[in-house]
Design a protein around this ligand. Structure first.
Ligand SMILES: *[C@@H]1O[C@H](CO)[C@@H](O)[C@H](O)[C@H]1NC(C)=O
Length: 391
């Protein structure tokens, strides 16, 4: 029954919503390696009125809190380009083609057949993001379409509740959604990625430190894919020279590679703490440990994942049994939290001979991380990751 008191309470609440300051700042507190990140801080929140204004606000040297209230569609903003592409994969149906960027086709796939394609120019020129910025989406359908973001040697950045989609998805080298080439204090939280030509997120080769990727949805459902399985391959790639990254509470759905791929350049190193992520229906690999990587996996849940962890030449410590988990104590001063894989997933090779991996996680943030039991992760991540869960 509706009473006078209820309408009074509702009125007071409505007034409070209007007058309370700070409601448009980043939501929640950065944790993990990104602890202490403030983004645009107390700058007055503002919503850009055009693509040009958003482009300028992201890249200038003013601290800003930029609130997006809709999808800013850059797809056709710079017209189209026609050029040579090759067909590196001959599977069917719908293999991705590769734009011949930096002569990649000629170098990597010299015998692949070629064709001429047309793509949106905007996908190849990402938006520059400067230091001291918060980019915050409102509701569950705000973000950027047809163009990605690029951070180069900048710091103190929060990107939250943003959807980044539809960047020349048919073409490898058609564009990345988020590229970071050197940077620190970066929090990438509660975002959504789908239909991207190349990487959904990528670091390198400048060091990316004090950075956390959390509560993001990587939706790999795709028409065009490298393996012709309807699943996006190029998900997350961490190759900076000294990356220090937390990757937690993310939701990887129907992806088939690089989830994430860490390392790959001799002489570089990356320490990536991957915990409490939910991996579902992956027709390929999730984590790929390449040379230089130290990866600590805790409390992750692999549900129907063909290859949960692929060790190539890197190090990945992925405890499964309670004895493997408790073996962390001597280095971390606490037990690790074991990972779980379902019966329909491939082998998860535990800690193998990777005990030296733990030396990359002796900092107070890694040691003090609060990690859920893997059995809670499916429900938690489905309820909390992605758009519209905050703000
Ligand atoms: C970012 O903010 C900090 C602290 O106010 C300031 O020292 C720094 O110069 C800013 N960076 C840029 C590029 O504006």
């Amino acid at each position: 029954m509706f009473r006078i008191q209820d309408s009074f309470v509702a009125l007071v609440f409505a007034i409070a919503l209007v007058v309370l300051p700070g409601g448009a700042d980043a939501v929640g507190t950065p944790f993990g390696q990104a602890t202490g990140t403030t983004g645009g801080g107390s700058a007055t929140a503002a919503t850009p009125s055009s693509l040009a204004q958003l482009t300028t606000w992201l890249s200038d040297s003013t601290a800003r809190v930029i609130v997006l209230d809709k999808v800013f569609d850059y797809s056709s903003s710079e017209g189209t380009t026609s050029g040579t592409a090759c067909k590196p994969w001959t599977c069917s149906p719908n293999p991705q083609l590769a734009i011949n960027a930096n002569n990649w086709c000629t170098t990597e796939y010299p015998s692949a057949s070629t064709t001429t394609v047309t793509y949106n120019t905007a996908g190849l020129t990402p938006l520059k993001v400067g230091s001291n910025k918060t980019l915050l989406g409102k509701g569950s359908n705000a973000g950027i379409k047809g163009k990605g973001l690029k951070i180069t040697g900048a710091s103190n950045i929060i990107i939250q509740n943003i959807k980044i989609t539809d960047i020349n998805a048919q073409f490898v080298w058609g564009g990345d959604a988020l590229q970071i080439d050197g940077g620190s204090n970066i929090w990438i939280d509660h975002n959504y990625f789908q239909n991207i030509g190349r990487q959904m997120v990528v670091t390198g080769y400048g060091a990316v430190t004090k950075t956390t990727f959390s509560n993001n949805v990587f939706n790999g459902e795709a028409t065009y894919s490298a393996l012709c399985n309807g699943q996006h391959y190029w998900v997350a790639l961490f190759t900076g020279n000294g990356d220090q990254i937390t990757f937690a509470y993310n939701y990887l759905y129907k992806t088939s590679g690089r989830g994430p791929h860490v390392g790959g350049t001799s002489g570089y190193y990356q320490n990536v703490h991957i915990y409490n992520n939910y991996f579902v229906t992956l027709d390929g690999h999730a984590v790929d440990a390449q040379v230089g990587s130290k990866i600590l996996l805790e409390g992750n849940y692999f549900n129907d994942v063909k290859i949960p962890v692929q060790r190539s030449t890197g190090q990945a410590y992925a405890p499964v049994s309670s004895s493997e988990a408790s073996a962390c104590s001597s280095v971390l001063g606490r037990s690790c939290v074991a990972n779980i894989k379902t019966a329909t997933s491939g082998d998860l090779p535990g800690v193998a001979s990777d005990s030296g991996t733990l030396n990359g996680f002796t900092d107070s943030i890694s040691k003090g991380a609060s990690i859920k039991a893997a059995s809670e992760v499916g429900a938690y991540v489905q309820a909390n990751a992605g758009l519209g869960k905050i703000n």
